[in-house]
Design a protein around this ligand. Structure first.
Ligand SMILES: [Zn+2]
Length: 971
């Protein structure tokens, strides 16, 4: 590549691990660095990262992250970010605040779209408008209600109230602060809700001035676009700045001379006021070389990565707690750290847990780590590095984040990206018989005094106390403000509302670069599928290049499972994989899985079937999923056959531990994802698939798991009987589907062995079980200890006479990106609001996320149909909505995800002809279609169901207006 004037190339280097070449450039005038990665990946990635170390917990970097995306010099609209979300083919568009950096990444597989995204993001980062009203909207501001009561609002404020309502996030946050008390990591970059209101607009502006300039930026490109064009794209932005050195270096935390202890309270629910958390945390001084970082990666896997890992196993076997706590290895900050412990403990047992951890580590050094455990951990890590399967996250973005671990602090950006040399080094040391992991355990854990033991103790009054303290603080402020001050606050609030209600200028909106309908591919992408009936089962084969990895998903039909056993199905799936078999105990089985495969998992698949009545029809499977390199394909099939035929469903000790873990996980999931819980609970009302899903995954499943934990003690024979009965019913090839994603040549080799697996399954036809959903109350409140709410509303469109038309995908997307965003997030202060239309079954759900409101949000949901009936959109806005809907349809997928999606469509009866028609209907959507959809939606609203998760106080206030609301305590 020729040199570009104004930039100096610091190096060019190949990255054989990813078939890529990297160039690192420095912008001469400002010192900005640009890492430019060339490779064949069409999913192009761009990112700007600033080093933004905070000095307090006001959430300054986080509020700024939100705010720079709210209007810039070239794009002076209220939210260019949302305009992009509405109408781009982006495969990733977001921003993240870390404890030391702020990242603005975008990705797209469409070149023109990619360039559009890059330009809007560059302008947002370097030339944001960030007026005071944006700071107030995203950060915090006062609101005064009709009776003169003062409150605080703000998107980040409510987002962080949600984060501080989850004990797992509180635990992670406190652990970091305690390990790094003398550095920027000793404060919360996201913002502590108690501290956020001390932030001023002046400090906020000043932070942007100090840190958001090229000299403090790392710019990243990745993909198959023209590398020469990249520098040309960024040059005009960088050239606009004078050289300026940022004082943003992150200091190292000096070592502790002796271990420390800390005890903190957390807001627990009414039902679990006795259970706490404990973690032991270490700062790993001197672990930063690529070789040591690799050792620590593998060591984490050895210690806690599998259910058979010695440290995890010792903690679970102790019976002192319910599930593992702590995040394991943290490698994204300047210094690495490690955290592990137990949740669901009696806080008085915390010293015993710490002792157990230290004793177990000492035992590993004394007795040596078992060779099989090492082999399992090395293989697992190597598989995942080579497969590089980042799911729906762009591969380039994952690479960018790894490069930043070193690059952000002046190191070689490729140091953590290259894995071949450190992996080979590790294998050579192990081959020579070096005690690699025993030495690492001694150095980084046993002999390391930089250790903090953190105990979180439950405090059922903390939630209500926090709220009453905030209320008392606010009335003191109101008194100090006086009549004049309150009037001013009310005026400012009205001004903010006026800004929200003023539409963007059409010429400003038009300036945002976007694709037109003409730029869209006219046809749906076909996913290759060959359906091969086999011994009464179905093989679905997807001929796709997978670099020699076979992806196998075996789905067993669960339609014959009687109603009472349904909630046990997910637990049964896990029991297959984690109890051992007739031939080996669970330790040896889990190690075999890790040594021979890239992992084996399970989950339940449930969907309505197109064209069939939702009350009586659903496609339902329990899936075992696994992947392996072709040379180990037979091992993978052998594992499937073993667990299906002889899993130890009588292993009481393991099953009891797993039930406790499952219960603890279901509890801990509620506060971070209350919107998902509300949505599942709503869908349970609208058909067989939704009802079964709630029984197996929703709040209903949490109640079931609590009972199961008790039955493990009191009714063990009954539990065993239920599990064997499930095996009898589920284990049949009738209705089974084997989904294989692989290239044709390898499939020819794989097929006979797969035949062997399928023909080995018993052949028995099950009658479809009659499931009779119990009626759920029309309005439900689910009590959890949280400072914010999750409000949900659901309607059955099919009942209101709706017949699917592609245009409703455009309309519901427009509701989500426009209507709900503006009213529930921007005006209502909630962190998020979504709606989802199940086009196969007809239910539509609306949910809010980390929402300070409840009734106000419901009103917005209820008026959605009315909005669509009267909305006026310009041709450009309609085109933008269409582009966005096509972007959803054409979502970027790696080969295994393509195979999985193709199978899901087949099971759901979602045929290609119907999908083609849907695409045409999307492309031809008009305002008339919106109106018609709005009419159906309004009609359906008359029969709406409501589910809200929140604190008892918040729900009681709701109940005053909705007297029929039934309250249930979940936590
Ligand atoms: Zn945020």
């Amino acid at each position: 590549m020729p040199n570009t004037p104004g930039f100096t190339r610091l190096f060019t280097s190949t990255i054989p691990e990813y078939d890529a070449t990297a160039d690192l450039f420095r912008h001469d005038a400002t010192g900005a660095e640009i890492l430019s990665i060339r490779c064949a990946d069409e999913n192009k990635v761009f990112g700007v990262t600033l080093r933004t170390p905070p000095t307090d917990s006001t959430g300054l970097p986080h509020i700024l992250e939100h705010s720079v995306l709210c209007g810039s010099r070239k794009y002076p609209v209220k939210e260019p970010f949302v305009e992009l979300l509405k109408g781009s083919l982006q495969t990733f568009l977001n921003a993240f605040t870390y404890p030391d950096k702020t990242c603005y990444p975008v990705a797209s597989a469409n070149l023109q779209d990619f360039y559009n995204l890059v330009d809007v993001y560059l302008d947002a980062v370097f030339f944001p408008l960030i007026p005071e009203h944006v700071f107030r909207q995203e950060g915090w501001h006062y609101e005064v209600d009709d009776s003169g009561v003062l409150s605080r609002m703000g998107v980040v404020l409510n987002e962080m109230k949600g984060a501080y309502s989850s004990p797992d996030s509180v635990l992670a946050e406190y652990s970091q602060r305690l390990l790094f008390p003398d550095t920027t990591y000793g404060v919360d970059s996201g913002g502590d809700p108690k501290v956020i209101p001390s932030l001023t607009y002046e400090a906020f502006r000043d932070f942007h001035r100090r840190f958001y300039h090229p000299g403090n930026a790392r710019i990243f490109f990745y993909g198959d676009d023209d590398p020469r064009k990249r520098l040309a794209l960024v040059a005009p932005y960088l050239d606009a700045f004078p050289p300026l050195a940022a004082d943003s270096a992150v200091a190292d935390q000096p070592p502790f001379p002796a271990p420390r202890q800390a005890v903190m309270p957390f807001a627990c629910g009414e039902g679990d006021a006795t259970k706490g958390f404990v973690t032991v945390n270490w700062l790993l001084h001197g672990a930063d070389s690529p070789e040591t970082a690799m050792v620590m990666d593998v060591l984490e896997h050895i210690l806690i990565g599998m259910s058979s890992s010695p440290l995890r196993k010792a903690l679970i076997d102790s019976g002192l707690g319910e599930d593992l706590a702590g995040g394991g290895l943290e490698a994204e900050l300047k210094q690495m750290s490690f955290s592990t412990g137990l949740k669901g403990i009696d806080p008085a047992d915390a010293p015993r847990v710490q002792e157990l951890i230290l004793d177990t580590l000492a035992g590993l050094v004394r007795d040596g780590v078992e060779a099989e455990a090492v082999e399992a951990a090395v293989n697992s890590l190597e598989f995942s590095l080579r497969e590089n399967n980042t799911g729906s996250f762009p591969r380039g973005l994952s690479l960018m984040l790894r490069s930043l671990a070193t690059w952000l602090h002046g190191g070689d950006p490729l140091e953590r990206v290259r894995f071949e040399a450190p992996l080979a080094d590790l294998k050579a040391r192990l081959a020579r018989g070096e005690r690699v992991f025993e030495e690492a355990v001694t150095t980084f854990f046993l002999d390391n005094p930089h250790r903090v033991t953190l105990v979180l103790t439950p405090d059922p009054d903390l939630g209500p106390r926090t709220e009453s303290e905030e209320a008392a603080g606010l009335s003191a402020i109101a008194a100090a403000l006086g009549q004049d001050g309150l009037a001013r606050a009310a005026r400012e609030q009205a001004d903010l509302l006026a800004v929200h209600e003023t539409p963007d200028a059409p010429e400003a909106l038009a300036a945002i670069p976007r694709l037109g309908a003409a730029d869209l591919p006219p046809d749906n992408k076909r996913l290759p599928t060959l359906s091969l009936p086999d011994h009464g089962a179905d093989i679905l084969f997807h001929d796709l290049p997978t670099s020699g990895i076979v992806y196998l998903e075996l789905g067993l039909d669960i339609a014959g499972v009687p109603e009472g056993l349904l909630p046990l199905v997910p637990f049964f799936g896990r029991a297959l994989l984690e109890t051992g078999t007739d031939r080996e105990d669970f330790v040896s089985l889990t190690r075999r899985i890790a040594r021979k495969t890239g992992g084996v998992g399970r989950d339940v698949f449930l969907t309505p079937v197109k064209g069939r009545p939702t009350d009586s029809h659903a496609a339902t499977r329990l899936f075992l999923r696994g992947k392996a390199t072709m040379d180990k394909a037979e091992d993978l099939l052998g594992i499937f056959a073993d667990v299906l035929s002889s899993a130890r469903l009588d292993n009481r000790e393991r099953l009891s531990q797993m039930a406790l873990e499952a219960k603890a996980r279901a509890e801990r999931r509620l506060a971070p994802s209350g919107h998902a819980a509300a949505s599942s609970r709503l869908r349970a009302r609208f058909g067989r698939a939704g009802w079964a899903a709630e029984r197996m995954r929703g709040v209903a499943n949490l109640f079931f798991l609590r009972e199961l934990c008790e039955r493990m003690q009191n009714d063990w024979p009954g539990v065993m009987r239920d599990l064997s009965r499930l095996r009898e019913i589920i284990l049949t090839r009738s209705g089974a589907v084997a989904n294989v994603t692989l290239d044709a040549a390898n499939f020819a080799t794989f097929r006979p062995a797969l035949d062997g697996l399928l023909s080995g399954l018993p052949a028995r036809d099950n009658a479809v079980a009659a499931w009779t959903p119990q009626a759920l109350p029309r309005q439900e409140g689910i009590v959890i200890p949280a400072q914010i709410n999750f409000v949900g509303l659901g309607v059955d469109l099919a009942k209101a006479g709706y017949v699917f038309h592609g245009s409703s995908m455009v309309a519901s997307r427009h509701l989500r990106m426009g209507y709900l965003w503006d009213r529930v997030r921007v005006r209502g202060g909630a962190y998020g609001a979504f709606c989802a239309l199940d086009r196969l079954g007809g239910p539509m759900t609306f949910v809010s996320y980390r929402d300070p409101g409840a009734l106000r949000t419901l009103e917005v949901f209820q008026a959605a149909g009315e909005y669509l009936r009267t909305v006026d959109l310009s041709d450009e806005e309609m085109e933008q909505a269409i582009v966005g809907a096509i972007g959803d349809l054409d979502a970027y997928m790696l080969p295994d995800a393509q195979g999985n999606a193709a199978m899901g469509r087949i099971l759901a009866g979602d045929d290609e002809a119907g999908r083609d028609r849907m695409r045409q209907e999307i492309l031809a959507t008009t305002l008339d279609d919106f109106r018609q959809f709005g009419q159906v939606l309004s009609r359906a609203m008359e029969d709406a169901h409501v589910v809200t998760l929140g604190s008892r106080e918040a729900l009681a206030a709701m109940q005053a207006e909705l007297p029929g609301m039934v309250m249930t305590a979940a936590l």
